[in-house]
Each structure stands twice: as structure tokens, then as C-alpha cells.
Write a protein that binds this ligand. Sequence first.
Ligand code: GLN
Length: 556
Amino acid sequence: MQKKDNPKFIFVVGGVISGVGKGVAASSIAKILQDRGQKATAIKIDPYINIDAGTMNPTEHGEVFVLNDGDETDQDMGNYERFLNIDLTRTNYMTTGRVYQTVIEKERNLEYGGKCVEVVPHIPLEVIRRIELAQKQSEADVVVVEIGGTIGEYQNMLFLEAARMMKIKNPRDVIFVMVSYLPVPTTVGEMKTKPTQHAVRTLNASGIQPDILIARGNSPLDAKRKEKLALFCNISPGRVISAPDVQSIYDVPENFEKDGLSDLLCELGGMQCSSTVMPSAKEWKNFTKKVHNAKDEIHIAVIGKYFETGEYLLADSYLSVIEALKYSAYTQNKKPVLTWLNAMDYEKDPKSVSNLKKYDGIIVPGGFGSRGIEGMINVIRYARENKIPYFGLCYGMQLAVIEYARNVAKLKDAHTVEVNAKTPHPVIDIIENQKENLRNKRYGGSMRLGEYKAQIKSGSIARKAYGSSEIVERHRHRYEVNPKYIADIEKAGLVFSGCSPDKTLMEIAELPTEKHPFFLGTQFHPEFLARPLRPHPLFTAFIKVASSATRRRGGK
Ligand code: GLN
């Protein structure tokens, strides 16, 4: 058998500003190499001390993305899974906190054999160990490693040092890509290269020379700027990739290929890249065509609370929900139009729920705590009574159960103990083994996390959508439907159509279709498993019903 090539490691770093799409660039790099027959995986490095993203407010750091193994990670991990259509594990995610924790534990266990343990080299060596482990576990030919933050920040220096050390050891197996940003000041009207030149110089000070520069900007790079960047950043013009804003993030891989990026990477790493078009590439192309061609609008309201940051509105906290809706809509040739509505508005002014009439469907996504909760319950009641398709995700399911318990099962003041520990009807209660976690203030990484099996009742919406009686979905919650109230609530008409194999945990609640076209909530997070090439069956079912609602409401 021919000896396999050494695995390749492509480090992706960001220059000038954050938020230029480094995660999408890293995902797209892995994707174009996957489409050339390389087994690709991706790693995200987050420079903060938090052990995982689970303890951060989503407005601080965007969505918390949960993996099969229950790791609470950064939203970029979701991008990798969606672009590559693979499942990642906790090995693919690291934070400064994780790295230090391991080094300190090893020191306590005398694993450094009496040596003085120092920030350099021991921290970078631990980073390298983790990167190599992720490669081994996935048996990847190519590992794309995205270093969080922007060049020049103090926080990511040790990760850059790890990358530099890897390059010194195996120069041909390590490639550096910088994703930079070229602003066009309105007063000048011309794309400026200077900030990128400075960013490259700062990276040089860490002993790293980028092999490839991805130049993000509003418009494509012209030849003049390509040459300027090449000259001042020590890169040949052929290695400067133009990356203008595109209609959708799914166009990015194809756009990179316009400048021959995969050829360039294959050549730099000496990889044997196939030139036949892979089936995954064809399917991707079909999907992007649908994204461009979809005209038939479908209007979905998302009732949330994690999108205000100062004067700005960010939908990042619900990224996987947005993506899941898109996949199911586009594959049905529908153009999803999402409207972000603040749950607090429906709490302050409950009557304003009537402005939801114009939507084809309503989603209440996951969340925590008491802020905006009564607003969400008002919205759910309106959706139920007015037969607007409703899809509740995690908290959105728990709140639907509360709404139904209060207004239909007549369990006055029914609530979740998360919000009101003294409610007379705790229809949503704490999972037994979680009580101790809360008592001991063990909050981090201690919820019911990751994949669990569930069984689906025949004749239900869920069963029809999945086409199967057993499913596996990803979870992230501490509370659950209280088993003591199941009989009462079911008697009032709500059906628990999915539950854990031992029947103790309710996983899906829905109304029969004779009562409502689509009123369904899941205790799990279906959005984490939705992919462009594998839309999620429940989102697809929701979109299907919502598009017929468009017609009912006199739309197209
Ligand atoms: N706050 C609820 C719980 O902990 C729901 C969590 C969520 O929506 N992810 O159970």
C-alpha cells in the first residue's frame, strides 16, 4: 500500500477587524479541499479563559453550539459541521482555559518529571498535542485550525507560537492563511490596503509569514491593490485571494475557487488533490442555485431576547435556528424572510400580539431565565388560538406546555420552577440529578447536554416528519416536563409525541392536526443537526405547513 502523505495543517488567522467572516472562510477552505477528495476536519481555538462557551451570555459571544458529545462550543463549530457535513467532537474545540487546565493538572500529577513548567514552551506544546490528537481521531488529511481573535491581540499569542513551532518542525505540512479586511472610507472612495499591511507586519513579529492572504471587502480586489498587497506583504499576487461580500455564505467556497484557492493549497501542501467533481460539490452547487433562485417568500417571526448589544441588533445568538430555517425553506424553493421580535414588547403590551397575524409561522427558540417569558407565553397563546404554525425549540417547548397548562388544562399560574420556584403547578420542573448541581453552584457544562435517543409516537406530526420511530437529537437544558402533570395536560389535548426510551423525559409536545395545522415543540435543539445537504425534517415540516399558511392568509 502506498504510504499516506503527512497530514496538513492550515492555520487561519484574522487581521484588521473581527467579524469579517473568518469562520466562514475557514469552513470554506476545508470544504473546497473536501471537494477535492481530501478528508478534512476543522478546529476552533478560542482565546478566552472560559472552559467552554456554555457559561457566556449569547449577546457576548453569539450562539452556544452543542456537539453530539455534549460539548458547548463556539458558533464557528456549527459552520464547520454544516459546510463539511460531518460531526465534530470536543477534541476539535479548545480555549485558553482548557489548555491551562490540562497543563496544571499534568503538573499536579508529576507528569512533567520534576521540570519547571513554563508558559513557553509548555502551553504551546499542549496546544500542539490537542491539534495533533484531533487529526489522529478524525484521520483527516487536512486540518483547518482557526485561531480566534484578531492579530495583535495579546490573547492569541500563545496559539500563534504553537502554530509557529509546528511550522518549524514540518515546514511543508503547515500553511498560514490570513483573512484580512480592506475598508473603503467614504471620503476616499477607494479600497485601502494599509491596515492589512500593518496586520501582516504584526503577524511577522510573531515569526509567522502568511502564505495566502484572503482579502475581504465590499467589492473584489482590483489588480492594482493585489499587487500592492503582494509587494508590501511579501506574497506573490497569485496568493492574494479576492473575497468580496457575496449574496450568501454558501457562495464563499465557489468564490474562493474563482481565484484558484484549492489548487494553491494543494500545491503549497504537496497534496494529491483530485480534479473530478465530487458528489458533495454537485449537491452543494444545486443548493446554492436554489438559494439564488428562491423568490416565493415565507415570513417567519422569531421571538427572542438575545439580540440587543448597545445600539446594535445581532441575530448571531440564534445562528443555527436561522440556518436550519434557510435549509428547509430553500430546498422547498421558498425564500425565508425572518423578522426578529423582542419578547419584552409582548410582555409590556400583551395586546400587540395581534401584529403577528401577518406571519406564516412563529418560532420561540431556546433561552434561560425570566426576562421576556410572559411575552413569549402571550405569543404562543396567540399562535395556538389563531392557528398560526408554531415551532418551539427547548424553552419554546417548555413555554408552550406552560401556556397550554394555564389556558387549556386550567392549571392556574402553572410555571417552570426556573422562573417561579413557588408556582402551585410546576409543570416544568428541574431534572432530579440537576438539583445537586445547582445546590453546589456547579453550573458549567452540567446541563443535560448532547445527543440522546427519543422514541416517537405513531400517528404524530413528528413521526410523519422523521419517518422513523426512533431519533437522536442534541440537548441543552436543565428543566423538563414534570411527569406528575403529563396525564392532566394530555387529557386537555396536548400530545407528548416523543419521549426518552425509559419514558421519563418528554421530548416533543404537539397538538393533533385536527386542532392546529402545526403546533409543535421539542425539548431538544433540532437546529444543531440541520445542514445544507441535510435539512432537518421538523424544520421542513414546519416550513411546509407555513407555506400553505401563506396561501390561506391570502398571500402567494
Ligand atoms: N431554560 C430551559 C432549561 O434549562 C431551556 C433551555 C434552552 O432553551 N436551551 O431547561
